[in-house]
Design a binder for this molecule. Structure first.
Ligand code: IFM
Length: 455
């Protein structure tokens, strides 16, 4: 596919299309103990020797908690009309239950009002992984009580911000929290137990459904949805074992989340595979999970290639790799969106994250990150292609606004379209940011022209 070509012809993005940049609280805010914030499971996990590649943590990060105003000026200056951010649960309700922290809530109120004052719509995510440590001490997401604490948290945030945000996503990437956090254990809280991971996944989905119901009952005006990390799963060879394994892995990554959300049941093949490790599901849970939503957020970075013989070596794919070692495969985004559109009855989808880590170099105030420009351009082209084939898309958001704390990789991997010098906290727009700004200006001009010609 030549996605650059698609992009050149892609002037039909609707005027109301959300063009954004995305971040998350723990990755940029810093101020880990400021103004009454409680510890999260990531504050704890960062202290585990060897857990984070560069032994760093989120104590300072991008100092966004202090620099939010100038960061929002950068957002506005890019010309985006949407900004996706997350609320830190332990900043607004430090113990996950009990007292609320007024200073934390005030921060997000200033942030939301600051976005609106700059003409940028706030896209809020409630849970981007930083569970209050006190809840983890009681079992975390493996404990069904956490589901109810999450619903309270959703309502509390809605009380303060619900009238001004464009959308509320319950969770970011439940697969990551369940699988990396509880089965593989390389992410917080670092548990390695397949049965617990399956129960965690179920509780995340259940808390999503119950929170959506509770927010609707409150008369929430914002669009409600969830954000999943998804990818097309492909067999390494045509061998039957690779193909069978691919079906299962697709089940664990895609259908395990999509089926309950949009069909009301877990996929039978994955349930059978889990056997005794399958989660406990109580009466009414599946109906709650299937509560209709207004949007589905899709985070896409790469494809997943499966070999029954063991981990597949990405070098065999012959594709360019990002600095994460992930294959760059824009076609996969079109394939994924088409497949979701065909297999499920969906509300509009948003690409809520897409971007690449590359080895950037800052010279004389410029970062010539041409690989990232190409990456973003081709993936926007892939979205345009899906739309041309009939998929209903609401927006596209680049991950990420700023270089930031990339979880177990620490600060070594840079995803930002804005460079952050961590010593001085100076921000520099990379060439990808300049390209995106220019692209958005052309989009705006094209839709204005379409309005004046009545297209
Ligand atoms: O940085 C993460 C983000 O927090 C969740 N989605 C994937 C990104 C890149 O790894």
């Amino acid at each position: 596919m030549n996605s650059a070509l698609y992009l050149d012809q892609a002037h039909h993005f609707p005027r109301e299309f959300a063009w954004g940049v995305a971040t998350s609280a723990f990755q940029i805010e810093g101020a880990a103990q400021a103004d009454g914030k409680g510890p999260s499971i990531w504050d704890t996990f960062c202290k585990v020797p060897g857990a984070i590649a560069d032994a760093s943590d989120g104590t300072v990060a991008c100092e966004h908690y202090q620099r939010w105003e100038s960061d929002l000026d950068i957002v506005a200056n890019l010309g985006v009309n949407a900004y996706r951010f997350s609320v830190s649960w332990p900043r607004v309700r430090p113990g996950g239950a009990g007292a609320w922290n007024a200073q934390g809530l005030d921060f997000y109120e200033r942030l939301v009002d600051g976005l609106l004052a700059r003409g940028v719509a706030p896209y809020l995510t409630l849970n981007h992984w930083d569970l209050p440590q006190e809840l983890q001490d009681q079992g975390g997401w493996a404990n069904r009580d956490t589901v109810h604490r999450f619903v309270e948290y959703a309502l509390g945030v809605h009380d303060r911000l619900g009238d001004r945000v464009a959308s509320i996503a319950t969770h970011n990437e439940p697969w990551v929290m369940a699988m990396l956090g509880h089965e593989i254990g390389n992410f917080a809280p670092g548990v390695k137990n397949r049965a617990i991971a399956a129960q965690v996944a179920h509780h995340l989905l259940l808390s999503h459904g119950l929170a959506v119901q509770a927010l609707r009952a409150e008369g929430c005006k914002a669009d409600l949805g969830i954000v999943l990390n998804l990818s097309p799963t492909q067999p390494a060879t045509n061998a039957p074992e690779d193909q069978a394994r691919t079906v299962l892995e697709d089940g664990r990554l895609v259908r395990w989340y999509m089926d309950p959300l949009f069909k009301g049941s877990y996929p039978a093949d994955v349930m059978n595979h889990l056997g005794e490790d399958a989660p406990t599901v109580e009466a009414g849970d599946m109906a709650a999970i299937q509560t209709p939503i207004d949007f589905l957020g899709v985070n896409y970075y790469t494809r997943t290639v499966i070999s029954a013989a063991g981990p597949w070596d990405v070098k065999q794919g012959g594709l360019e790799l990002s600095d994460m070692g992930w294959e760059i495969y824009p076609e996969g985004l079109t394939q994924l969106l088409m497949r979701l559109h065909q297999d499920y009855s969906l509300p509009p989808m948003y690409v809520t994250e897409n971007g690449g880590a590359f080895k950037d170099e800052l010279h004389n105030g410029r970062v010539h990150d041409l690989a990232r420009v190409k990456y973003i351009k081709e993936h926007i082209g892939a979205v345009a292609e899906a739309m041309r084939q009939g998929v209903k898309m609401g927006g596209y958001m680049v991950w990420s606004l700023l270089d930031n704390f990339e979880w177990a990789s620490g600060y070594e991997k840079r995803f930002g379209i804005v460079h952050v010098d961590y010593a001085s906290q100076q921000r520099t727009l990379k060439d990808s940011a300049l390209w995106y700004r220019n692209f958005l200006q052309r989009q705006k001009a094209a839709s204005l022209a379409a309005v004046s010609t009545g297209d």
